[in-house]
Design a protein around this ligand. Structure first.
Ligand code: AP5
Length: 223
């Protein structure tokens, strides 16, 4: 079915890349953290890397923020540089938030061996419902649900020098734009990738623990 490419890093060590995809709020970040822990992978969230750059206050960060707060994709060139750097670090990774269009998918296929792509599906209504309640800790990117937050959560985040906040792209206009881009540009990436690697499709409208179990079950069949 798939012709496996054995891409090696510059140091000659075999590198393995998993990808997690799905619409906004489908639980990519939530599941990627669990998968990373289970399989000894590094969780690379492009969104988190970009937010770190924004928080640094650099000129580049200011420019990125203009795209992100409107829910738009950041320019291809910057993204590819980030990915190149991540891949050159020579680790087994799970990529969360990349690729998001055909150009990015082509770039990735040239630079990495993709072990599997996990696609989490949820409805647009569910995306909007979840994102309007999501909060994150600025210190460690931990994800919270607004009405379930505890004093202990706040203390934990503050003790690391962070604050629990609403992301500025989790507002109605930006959510709408992000979903539009997902449907138009990101969804078609799945059919490009399925010609090269294994696709694992998951219904994301179940409890997180159940989704994680299903992912593990399906990954068992991928050599
Ligand atoms: P990014 O940070 O990657 O955002 P995203 O793709 O929009 O995804 P989200 O983080 O919103 O959702 P998620 O699927 O990770 O869900 P989560 O686990 O948090 O990207 C942000 C921006 O950066 C982009 O808009 C763009 O500007 C830029 N960017 C990033 N990558 C780029 C690229 N490749 N090219 C160009 N630009 C790029 O869960 C959501 C909520 O639901 C949480 O509250 C969680 O607790 C809850 N939840 C999770 N699972 C469940 C469940 N099973 N049941 C109920 N609730 C659940």
């Amino acid at each position: 079915m798939v012709e496996k490419r054995r891409n090696k890093t510059r140091k000659g060590v075999l590198r393995m890349t998993y990808i997690i995809m799905g619409p906004q709020g489908s639980g990519k970040g939530t599941q990627a953290k669990l998968i990373a822990k289970e399989y000894g992978l590094e969780h690379v969230s492009i969104g988190d890397l970009l937010r770190k750059e924004v928080a640094s206050g650099s000129e580049k960060g200011k420019m990125l923020h203009e795209y992100m707060k409107q829910g738009k994709l950041i320019p291809l060139q910057i993204n590819n540089e980030i990915i190149k750097e991540v891949l050159d670090k020579n680790k087994n990774i799970i990529l969360d938030g990349y690729p998001r269009n055909i150009e990015q998918a082509k770039f990735l296929l040239e630079h990495a061996e993709i072990k599997a792509v996990i696609v989490i599906n949820i409805s647009e209504e569910e995306s909007i419902k979840r994102l309007s309640k999501r909060l994150i800790c600025t210190a460690n990117n931990k994800i919270y649900v607004e009405d379930q937050i505890t004093d202990q959560d706040k203390e934990e985040c503050e003790s690391q020098g962070g604050q629990i906040i609403k992301r500025d792209d989790d507002k109605p206009d930006a959510i709408k734009k992000r979903l539009e881009i997902y449907n138009k540009e990101t969804k078609p990436v799945v059919s490009v990738l399925e010609q090269k690697t294994f696709i694992v499709e998951i219904n994301g409208e179940k409890p997180p623990e159940q989704i994680f179990e299903e992912i593990k079950q399906k990954l068992k069949f991928i050599k």
